[in-house]
Design a binder for this molecule. Structure first.
Ligand SMILES: Nc1ncnc2c1ncn2[C@@H]1O[C@H](COP(=O)(O)OP(=O)(O)OP(=O)(O)O)[C@@H](O)[C@H]1O
Length: 211
């Protein structure tokens, strides 16, 4: 049972505070959306929460079964999908999935052939990822997030490049497979987050500036 706690979180680039005095308490089974206009800091917050980027101030803690997880180990417990993340394009789908699932386990009850079918990519098994369309790549990003056995799921603009069928697919998987995960979604599109219990507007944490 994982929980993520941010106390007094703040991030500053040069002289500009992107967010400040942000408190978050995220536990399994609760989904949180981070909303805000373009450039407001949603991706920056997700990068800080996944420890890809340090906070300027505040305390971030991760607890599982009452034990603290070190910040440098949090990557083992999370999966992230974001527009800026890139695939090793020279690998085929089959090679990439075999590679990825050497480092992360699949959730119980699903194997790689089933995952490929769920992502409706079964006709592209040996195709290099460089030949994948943007929607196919997005389904692959989300598929490995939903089906990796990791309790923290961070999604940045999860339906970007998805068509209507893909958006419904995303919503369906979220409902079926994420009830036991901590889910954080950075988004501007209601269809990506209208099922979330908590909605945080990052704009509310931009007010305080250094003098
Ligand atoms: N490494 C960096 N150095 C300096 N400024 C940065 C850096 N990364 C992001 N920023 C700035 O921080 C602000 C927030 O950017 P961020 O990408 O987090 O916004 P966002 O809410 O995710 O935007 P969008 O909805 O357009 O994806 C922007 O003004 C951006 O230019």
């Amino acid at each position: 049972m994982l929980s993520v706690k941010l106390e007094g979180g703040g991030k500053k680039f040069q002289r500009e505070w992107i967010f400040r005095n942000l408190n978050l308490d995220i536990t399994v089974g609760k989904k949180t959306a981070i909303i805000g206009s373009n450039g407001s800091g949603k991706s920056t917050l997700l990068k800080c929460l996944s420890s890809q980027m340090p906070l300027t101030e505040g305390k971030l803690s991760f607890t599982q079964f009452n034990k603290n997880i070190l910040e440098e180990d949090i990557y083992k417990h999370l999966t992230i999908s974001a527009p800026y993340l890139e695939f090793p394009e020279e690998l085929s789908l089959k090679e990439f999935l075999n590679f990825h699932f050497r480092f992360k386990n699949l959730i119980k009850g699903i194997d790689i052939p089933q995952l490929i079918e769920i992502m409706y990519l079964e006709n592209s098994l040996n195709k290099p990822l460089s030949y994948f369309s943007s929607g196919m790549k997005q389904r692959l990003k989300l598929g490995i997030c939903f089906f990796s056995d990791a309790p923290l799921l961070l999604l940045d603009e999860p339906t970007s490049n998805l068509d209507e069928r893909g958006i419904n697919w995303y919503r369906d998987l979220m409902q079926k497979y994420c009830s036991e995960k901590c889910v954080l979604i950075a988004s501007n599109d209601k269809r990506e987050f209208d099922f979330c219990e908590n909605i945080i507007s990052i704009e509310d944490y931009k007010l305080k500036r250094t003098l």
